[in-house]
Design a binder for this molecule. Sequence first.
Ligand code: ZN
Ligand code: ZN
Length: 273
Amino acid sequence: MPSGARRARARARLRAARSVRRGGGMIGLSGVRAGAQAVIAAIYPPHCVNCNAIVGHEGALCGPCWRDTPFITGLVCDLCGTPLPGEAPKGPVHCDDCLKIARPWTRGRAAMTYGGNGRRLVLGLKHGDRTDLARAAAGWMATAGAALLQDDPLIVPVPLHWRRLFQRRYNQSALLARALAARTGLACCPDLLQRRRFTGSQDGKGIEARFANLASAIRVAPGRAALSRCRVIVLVDDVMTSGATFAACAEACLAAGTAEVRVLALARVSKDG
Ligand SMILES: [Zn+2]
Ligand SMILES: [Zn+2]
């Protein structure tokens, strides 16, 4: 098990241990809690989620890693969150890709570009069993996507086919969606969408092939149709590349009666990123 995940589990065990009751009452609640936290911090000080340097609190990046992580700030495309040059104008602006490709969703954001530490964090979450990263990532996504999380939307992850889920053991997008919902207090439905067929990897495919590969591959789960109707859905994924996966998910939601779909990714593959 990676050291980050092992430490997170150890801290969780100690958190559980501190709430042990004795004689039916909580023992010296605030004093015990403060003492336990000091012990936990001394034995298992929180580490940077990227490099293992000691940091001030759990789920944080150290100064150098924060500086080297390509967080998206400033002017962005209102549909996909890709960073754009220039100052913020009065209305929304769109990147070249979003001007060329019709997007079935209304707004989109991403926390970082997919490069350097952005790529490293995404790959850790996806393939490295660093499921503890989801909590930190949800914080960054909540900040980047604050404007999208208005109007009490339902948080819905991009689904994995069961075959991929079996191989990977978890859906990283569902981890992000759950962590985002926990952080914001919004409702989450991890199994609202289903993959009807195995679409394989999108890697190495051109934009047209990516869209063709995903067309009609996703649907609203039959038992979840009522949840998807007449409300705003925020789709969550770890990476947005061409937008083909988000488009297939958004179209499935809209076909099932969803009022509006927005999209939020941890990382955006950007031409400059
Ligand atoms: Zn670091
Ligand atoms: Zn765009």
